[in-house]
Design a protein around this ligand. Structure first.
Ligand SMILES: [Cu+2]
Length: 212
């Protein structure tokens, strides 16, 4: 298994974050995983104690107390704390952008990407490739032409649905320049698998040069 995993690269992995939002979600995943492992160990440890170490030796009163603390109070506190922390991250995932706005429209079946440089009368349009500056929180205005799609660049942040007739907004702050892969994350038709795109993260000066 480690040999197979060693072949993985981080181009399309939520476990190899390259941006502020993805890093936060990565930490959320690790903490949730840690909480799940603690619960799993505690539950199986309790099974081991009552079936192998001390079978049949627990009084009813003692057992009631174990059920109350181990089965009600402990999981409620642990899962409640994880839920509260998970919810507290949501506003940060919707933080306002630094001013750069990119409009992404899901077509059948490709991605239309529009940039509006300052003073421009018409947008700069690209297909299936999104270029963003590192260190800048960009606002992505997401639209869909006919079907519901979902915008997702795992290395940069969470998913956001793209719904015909309703604009959704996702802000991303990439940090590490490089090439990352995005993929439509909502089944949208026979060519759903083809709905992939490259995300090129550039240094801000290089991004300005490219856009110019
Ligand atoms: Cu799609």
């Amino acid at each position: 298994m480690p040999l197979f995993l060693a072949a993985c690269e981080g181009r399309q992995s939520a476990l190899a974050p390259a941006g502020e939002d993805a890093a936060q979600l990565h930490l959320l995943f690790l903490v949730m995983l840690g909480g799940a492992v603690v619960l799993w160990l505690a539950l199986n440890g309790a099974f081991y104690v009552v079936t192998r170490l001390r079978p049949g030796q627990m009084s009813v009163r003692h057992a009631d107390r174990v059920i109350l603390f181990g089965g009600v109070i402990f999981p409620t506190v642990l899962v409640g704390a994880l839920l509260a922390w998970g919810l507290s991250i949501m506003p940060e995932q919707r933080a306002t952008g630094d001013g750069l706005v990119v409009r992404v429209t899901a077509e059948e079946w490709w991605w239309r990407v529009e940039y509006w440089p300052e003073g421009a009368e018409a947008p700069v349009i690209t297909a299936n490739e999104i270029r963003l500056p590192a260190g800048v929180r960009t606002e992505l205005k997401l639209n869909a032409n006919r079907y519901i799609h979902s915008f997702w660049v795992p290395a940069l942040g969470g998913k956001m649905d793209m719904i015909p007739g309703r604009e959704t907004v996702l802000t991303l702050r990439p940090e590490i320049p490089g090439l990352y892969r995005g993929q439509c994350a909502e089944f949208c038709g026979a060519s759903h698998a083809m709905m992939a795109f490259e995300t090129v993260i550039l240094e801000p000066a290089a991004f300005d040069d490219w856009l110019a």
